[in-house]
Design a protein around this ligand. Structure first.
Ligand code: IPD
Ligand code: CA
Ligand code: CA
Length: 266
């Protein structure tokens, strides 16, 4: 697809994320109702998660009826155009439920299987992060870059925890081994925003095990285009088993520390 095609996809993704973000803000003024839980009792879905996904999916289908769509709240549509949308209608649902800052709408677009567009809209902070492949990363239209931190001892590192109790316990054990070697840890509660935080250097690095494609697709492109390395422990693409993001000067040292701390099995 040519540059214009990518730009058109970006424009649509930005518009749909903005419409969904307005819906999230409006929903904050009402009682938030957990309609169901998914993988565990702490993995919640509100009616706004579902309404946000519906809004985004309807908007995509109206503009681009031949595209595929994967959404966290159940959309799984095979397309014929070579373009697939990967949507997290609210990333950070626990924050959202509490009205706590740190939730976002995350939309990525794959072209022929390659993530080519990413948009993360964090409405409470008024921040829209965007990236296109090869085109750099932006916050509210201004270019952003990842930190240049090279010293593990001075690195501020984000992470996240699974909804599954036993995995959480293992992740907390890993944390206990990692934290003596870094500046400090942050657990904000939305993987997409964490990756954008790496992209703009307000944390140095981030790791998490157990992410789904909709958690990391947009944020990983935004972090990569901002100069960070995003991958798994073996040097491959970010995946369920591992997502690590950090500046080139820090990545290997943090990867080695995480591996030595048992993060791969946590
Ligand atoms: C979750 C958030 C959280 C991360 C979890 C994700 P959700 O997504 O991104 O920060 O730690 O792994 O599942 O459920 O709020 O969309
Ligand atoms: Ca998510
Ligand atoms: Ca979600």
């Amino acid at each position: 697809m040519d540059l214009d095609g990518t730009d058109n996809l970006l424009a649509l993704a930005v518009q749909l994320a903005s419409d969904a973000a307005d819906l999230l803000l409006e929903g904050l003024t009402r009682d938030r109702v957990v309609v169901t839980t998914k993988t565990t009792g702490t993995d919640m879905v509100t009616e706004i998660d579902q309404a946000s996904e519906r809004l985004i999916v309807d908007g995509i289908l109206l503009a681009r009826p031949d595209d595929g769509i994967l959404g966290e709240e159940g959309t799984d549509r095979v397309g014929t155009s070579g373009v697939r949308w990967v949507i997290d209608p609210i990333d950070g649902t626990t924050n959202y439920l509490y009205g706590h800052p740190g939730f976002a709408v995350s939309i990525a677009v794959e072209i022929d299987g390659i993530i080519s567009v990413g948009v993360v809209n964090d409405p409470l902070h008024g921040e829209v992060f965007t990236a296109t492949i090869g085109g750099g990363s932006f916050r509210n239209g201004k270019p952003i870059t990842a930190s240049t931190q090279s010293n593990l001892a001075n690195a501020l590192v984000g992470t996240g925890f699974s909804y599954e109790a036993e995995r959480r316990r293992r992740q907390a054990e890993v944390l206990g081994k990692v934290i003596p070697h870094i500046r400090d840890i942050r657990r904000m509660g939305a993987a997409s925003v964490d990756l954008c935080s790496v992209a703009c250097g307000r944390i140095d690095a981030y790791w998490e095990r157990g992410l789904q494609p909709w958690d990391h697709a947009a944020g990983a492109l935004i972090a990569t285009e901002a100069g960070a390395i995003v991958g798994n422990l073996d040097g491959g693409e970010p995946e369920f088993d591992f997502c690590l993001a950090g500046p080139p000067a820090l990545f290997a040292a943090l990867r080695d520390l995480l591996a030595a701390s048992g993060a791969a099995g946590a």
